[in-house]
Design a protein around this ligand. Structure first.
Ligand code: ADP
Ligand code: MG
Length: 467
């Protein structure tokens, strides 16, 4: 099936995959994925080696590895399988050899410390997309961003640890990497270690097994800055917690900066020892809030700039970004995925991405975010907002103080949920669908004339979407 050419020839499935064979496989992939995809996703892959049935590739970023795995993984595997039948899985890893970053190069006069042997730091690779430059700041994350900036300046430690927490996909890892990049730019000799709590545990277990505990301890105690991501992972894992606690204390005693992230506040992590909890709380604890519409739009605008060079010729129609910011509210990762998909789709269809195409392309993501707002949530928010009881909002009383908020709630249910009028009626104390329709119409009218109502609607809509 493949052209016979010297070493790269294969056909009876018994040859070993080599770089040359990868070259041939790539040519086959070019045929099946098309030029654009090839250039964007296949060409940058660097074949590393095969080990135990796993073909390993180096990729420039985590994101890229994810995307290729999800979208082209099967095709790549099946093509490789034809060349080397021992391969049953492919994996992508961010190449650990970091090319010096431009900012670091410019700092020719930065003080340098004695160079550290490269290989001995126990950290994970940093994603070079995660910098302060690419981080968009808005109300929901401004405090976390300011704290991260402060830590990234280096100098005497003012709060220790910095504890960042939030739901998934809101920028914790991004901020941690940004701090690490910045510290390294300021001082190329600094020993910054970033790793996930899971990797910390893995290293710890490995050290125990190999009887290398002294080395392990020394290594972690010799860093200047330690960052442990997703620390909730070690909750309930007793000996790992214990070791983490000692490492933590030793570094704090030496006035070394520690940065921790988790999916909730220290006190809420179930199974985390109380002495660790109180240590965590002794520094600065900040959370990243769910995104607002403005922040989402800002992030989209920034990402569009980043995607442009990769996807020349893809045009997004006016209003598409606003539509995304409005509808894709889950978290930044999902938002980014949606935009990425739009670009990829746009480069395939070669047409302007208007709203109709956007909706078609993102139908699953949009359906998911639709599910988010429920009639009950709307009722709760509206009654809180107008300071009336839920039972009065839903109940039969027709005084204006209840009737108007009730209509506002009906209107929002119509706008923000997929429920039909009769369904909404049932949830408003069994009212008829014509009553709901009347309420919705009334608010639509008022919205244009009454600025207070317009403002209430906007506030409520936002806070419902931010959940
Ligand atoms: P977390 O660690 O909180 O789960 P990440 O830091 O991995 O989230 O962020 C998920 C994705 O969203 C990343 O690609 C990140 O670059 C992006 N992201 C999150 N917040 C922002 C922001 N404020 N500006 C730009 N990109 C962001
Ligand atoms: Mg993370």
């Amino acid at each position: 099936m493949f052209p016979a050419s010297g070493q790269a020839r294969y056909g009876d499935g018994k040859r070993t995959m080599t770089n040359e064979i990868w070259g041939t496989v790539r040519q086959e992939l070019l045929k099946s994925v098309g030029h654009n995809n090839y250039r964007n996703w296949i060409e940058p892959l660097e074949f590393a080696h095969i080990d135990d049935g796993v073909a390993l590739f180096h990729v420039p970023s985590l994101f890229m590895g994810d995307w290729v795995q999800r979208n082209f993984g099967d095709q790549i595997l099946s093509q490789i399988g034809k060349a080397d039948d021992r391969v049953n899985r492919i994996e992508f890893r961010v190449s650990s050899v970091k090319s010096p970053r431009p900012a670091a190069q410019k700092r020719a006069n930065a003080p340098t410390r004695a160079p550290q042997p490269e290989g001995d730091l126990p950290g994970a690779a940093l994603d070079d997309r995660f910098t302060f430059d690419s981080f968009v700041v808005g109300k929901p994350n401004e405090l976390a961003h300011a704290a991260a900036r402060r830590v990234a300046e280096g100098g005497p430690v003012t709060f220790n640890p910095l504890f960042l927490y939030s739901g998934v996909g809101l920028g914790k890892t991004h901020l941690m990497h940004a701090i690490a990049w910045e510290l390294q730019d300021r001082d190329p000799g600094i020993r910054v270690v970033y790793l996930s709590a899971e990797q910390f545990m893995y290293r710890f277990v490995q050290a125990l097994r190999d009887k290398q505990m002294m080395d392990f301890k020394q290594l972690f105690r010799s860093v200047d800055v330690l960052m442990v991501d997703d620390v909730q992972f070690i909750a309930g894992k007793d000996s790992t917690q214990e070791e983490f606690f000692h490492t933590f204390n030793a570094l704090v005693d030496q006035r070394k900066q520690i940065i921790i992230s988790a999916d909730c506040a220290p006190g809420e992590i179930e199974g985390l020892e109380s002495r660790i909890v109180s240590r965590m709380q002794s520094g600065l604890v900040v959370d990243l809030h769910p995104t607002s519409y403005e922040l989402r739009l800002g992030i989209l605008q920034k990402k569009v700039e980043q995607f442009r060079p990769q996807f020349k010729g893809v045009v997004l129609a006016d209003g598409v970004l606003e539509f995304l910011a409005h509808r894709v509210t889950a978290n930044v990762r999902v938002l980014e995925g949606a935009l990425m998909r739009l670009f990829a789709f746009g480069s395939l269809v070669g047409r302007e991405m208007d709203l109709a195409l956007t909706q078609e392309c993102l139908v699953d993501i949009l359906r998911q975010s639709d599910r988010k707002t429920t009639v009950e949530e709307i009722q709760r928010k509206v009654s809180d907002h107008y300071n009336i009881r839920l039972s009065d909002l839903i109940g039969p009383k027709r005084v204006r103080t209840f009737a108007r908020p009730r209509q506002v709630a009906m209107y929002l249910c119509k706008q923000l949920t997929q429920r039909s009028l009769p369904e909404i009626g049932r949830r408003f104390g069994g009212r008829d669908h014509t009553t709901i329709m009347h309420g919705v119409k009334r608010i639509e009218e008022l919205r244009g004339k009454d600025s207070q109502i317009a403002e209430d609607l906007e506030l409520l809509r936002r806070s419902l979407e931010e959940q």
